[in-house]
Design a protein around this ligand. Structure first.
Ligand code: GMT
Length: 376
């Protein structure tokens, strides 16, 4: 009989939502019955898929509540779906609030359901330092039937921050190479204000402080002095305003193109030569895989899970956090040495094919599901 799994995730743009959704889509293709439980339809769930169902969490507000009780509504919805749809497993993406709400739902539900929790980073590296949440995150990890982390680095940090000996399986993120690769759009460069001979540096993120987007701009200023190039900034978020100011301060208005939030980044990656990710915290950096799968070499910081994705000098470059001269030097090399670029581009694709393909990674999640179901 096919397994029935509930996936609890953030539906909005962001790596964890992408991973949860792609995982659900792939599992549904393997005859799992997949139930997404979230506030809105996950943004990558663009069409009707057989075996996939969506359950919306509606949060009622009453004057008696100072804040709408989202977590309680979520827990209640999970319990309801567990019983009605006879779920075997809840896969919670993030310890808080999703794993906590799932554990609460498990107590309420009449069926036994197993909880698998995937740690994505911010729950450990940011929230883990918050004393009002720390005990709850530890509880979520210790009480889950299985816990996975998206990188070895995140696993080690989790053990370190929470001083726990829970078994945590490292399952890296993945990309679906079967997805339609757009035909190279010759005109796109011109349409967004680039000339055909411009080299293109790209950064894609949610513009949170940890992404250090201002440093991406500062680095680009050094690159641009040496190579005719443009910087594409894709995304939006809290630091957007200060990044714009930085561009004006450095007088780069003609060379930096803000594209805002984009759902489909593949076309933009196709016209890009180098991808930058200079974050101070990054448990994995899914966007690196998306770039690599399009043959775009990446330059990233030596923090968190980034070195598990970029092999320095093999498929991209790694520089110490904040060492912008190092980053600029590597980017200039890539933009001026065609042989080097071709080799790193080839390696980027090949590393994704070897280690980060949906099929092989999802098998590892399936092993975890089988393990928890056969445990008792
Ligand atoms: O990076 C973010 O701010 C978004 C966050 C998310 O919830 O999607 O990303 C985290 O999970 C991704 C998927 O596992 C990882 O690729 C990102 O590295 C991780 N972000 C951080 O650790 C800061």
């Amino acid at each position: 009989m096919s397994k029935r799994i509930g996936i609890v995730c953030y539906p909005t743009v962001g790596g964890s939502g992408v991973v949860a959704t792609e995982l659900g889509i792939f599992l549904a293709e393997q005859q799992y019955e997949v139930h997404f439980i979230s506030t809105t339809m996950p943004f990558r769930l663009k069409r009707l898929y057989p075996n996939i169902y969506f359950h919306e969490v509606e949060v009622a507000n009453y004057p008696v509540f100072k804040h709408p009780p989202y977590d309680l509504a979520l827990a209640n919805k999970i319990a309801e779906v567990v019983d009605r749809e006879k779920l075997d497993i809840i896969h919670a993406h993030y310890a808080v609030p999703h794993a906590i709400c799932s554990l609460f739902a498990k107590q309420m539900a009449s069926r036994d359901v197993k909880i698998v929790t995937t740690l994505h980073g911010t729950d450990i590296t940011v929230l883990g330092a918050d004393h009002s949440l720390k005990n709850m995150i530890r509880f979520a990890i210790e009480q889950s039937d299985a816990v996975t982390a998206v990188s070895q680095s995140l696993k080690e940090q989790t053990k370190d921050v929470f001083q726990i000996d829970t078994d945590i399986k490292v399952i890296h993120n993945f990309v679906d190479l079967r997805e339609r690769v757009p035909a190279f759009d010759q005109d796109l460069k011109e349409r967004i204000g680039l000339s055909l001979e411009d080299k293109v540096v790209i950064h894609i993120s949610n513009f949170r402080k940890v992404k250090r987007v201002e440093q991406v701009v500062e680095t680009f200023a050094m690159v641009k002095d040496k190579v005719k190039s443009k910087l594409l900034l894709v995304g939006d978020g809290p630091e957007y305003g200060s990044v714009r100011e930085k561009v004006i301060d450095l007088n780069l208005q003609q060379d930096v193109i803000f594209l805002g939030r984009q759902d489909n980044i593949q076309d933009l990656l196709q016209i890009s030569d180098v991808k930058l990710l200079l974050s101070e915290k990054e448990s994995f950096g899914l966007v690196l895989l998306e770039a690599m799968s399009q043959g775009v070499p990446c330059v990233g910081t030596k923090i968190g899970g980034i070195p598990e994705v970029i092999e320095d000098g093999v498929n991209g470059f790694i520089c110490p956090l904040g060492d912008l001269s190092c980053v600029a030097e590597r980017v200039v090399r890539l933009l001026t040495d065609q042989n080097l670029w071709t080799e790193l581009s080839k390696q980027s694709k090949s590393i994704v094919e070897k280690h980060f393909q949906t099929e092989q990674v999802v098998r590892r999640y399936e092993e975890v599901y089988d393990h928890v179901l056969n445990k008792d």
